[in-house]
Design a protein around this ligand. Structure first.
Ligand code: ADP
Length: 267
């Protein structure tokens, strides 16, 4: 099933975590017995209270750290013949973490520069990534000249310029005002469908996870684990009409309930 299909996630597994445990050197067990599989083109949210191990899980998926037990397997981690995807994983953090001394162009160029790609050869790719996030014309602007939402757009462009197959996002919109957040949610969904990514998003917002995801994995803390799985079986594109529909409200209620059970259970 391709990214344009109404119900994503019918594809093959792209990523598997099998009985993953993570205990830090101070003795904190952040994750225990975490198993999940993510299929190509899915948009999956990891939803849970603060401290339940969402970021730890995302970092292990990104290869930033090793599990203490179990396995993290990235499948089909090769470039595809069309050149549409690189082998890489894109990561968008909660803070846009831009270089203040670099322009928008310089910041989006960074991951390619780190791969030894000459600026002149990738100019077109960089312009394209900046265009995809709606920032054409701001190539020469510096981060201090940009709003929070625009900085996050630069951060997304920087992740997508490497053509990742898998995009990992750690609460990317948490610090933004609601209108900006809604707009970025819509633009992210548009990019996801257009570019055929698989997305794993960490969030603690029920509303955001229902709006965006094809599937929500609800986590509980102490130790971090998945306690419920909620498919959001509604077609894409999802627009404002979905956000105000009774369907959307019903999903939000069901997911909220699973989340409060998770939170209660962990006390
Ligand atoms: P979440 O993203 O759901 O808020 P985290 O994955 O950040 O949760 O953290 C899960 C647990 O692991 C928390 O108790 C946190 O304090 C602990 N933790 C996270 N990173 C480290 C670390 N580097 N060293 C020790 N403990 C950590």
């Amino acid at each position: 099933m391709n990214a344009m299909s109404a119900r994503p996630g019918g594809g093959r597994d792209l990523l598997r975590l099998d009985d993953v445990t993570k205990t830090f050197s101070n003795g904190t067990t952040a994750l225990s017995g975490l198993s999940l599989a993510i299929r190509e083109n899915e948009f999956v949210s990891l939803l849970g209270p603060s401290g339940c191990g969402k970021s730890t899980a995302l970092r292990l998926i990104a290869g930033l750290g090793e599990p203490s037990g179990g396995r993290v397997e990235m499948l089909q981690a090769r470039a595809d013949a069309s050149g549409r995807f690189d082998r890489g994983i894109g990561f968008v953090f909660q803070e846009p973490t831009l270089m203040p001394w670099g322009t928008v162009f310089d910041n989006v160029y960074l991951p390619l520069r780190l791969r030894g790609r000459r600026r002149a050869r990738v100019e077109g790719d960089i312009e394209e990534a900046i265009g995809l996030v709606g920032l054409s014309g701001f190539e020469n602007a510096y981060p201090r000249e940009l709003s929070g939402g625009m900085k996050m757009r630069v951060s997304i462009a920087r992740a997508l310029v490497t053509r990742p197959r898998l995009l990992l996002m750690d609460e990317p919109f948490a610090a933004l005002d609601e209108l900006t957040r809604f707009r970025l949610n819509d633009d992210l969904l548009g990019l996801w469908r257009k570019l055929g990514w698989t997305v794993v998003l960490v969030t603690h917002s029920v509303y955001e996870s229902v709006y965006l995801s094809s599937r929500i994995l609800v986590m509980a803390a102490r130790p971090g684990r998945i306690v419920a799985e909620k498919p959001v079986d509604r077609p894409y594109p999802r627009e404002e009409s979905f956000r105000t529909s009774s369907d959307y409200n019903a999903y939000c209620r069901a997911v909220s309930k699973a989340l409060s059970l998770a939170t209660e259970g962990a006390k």
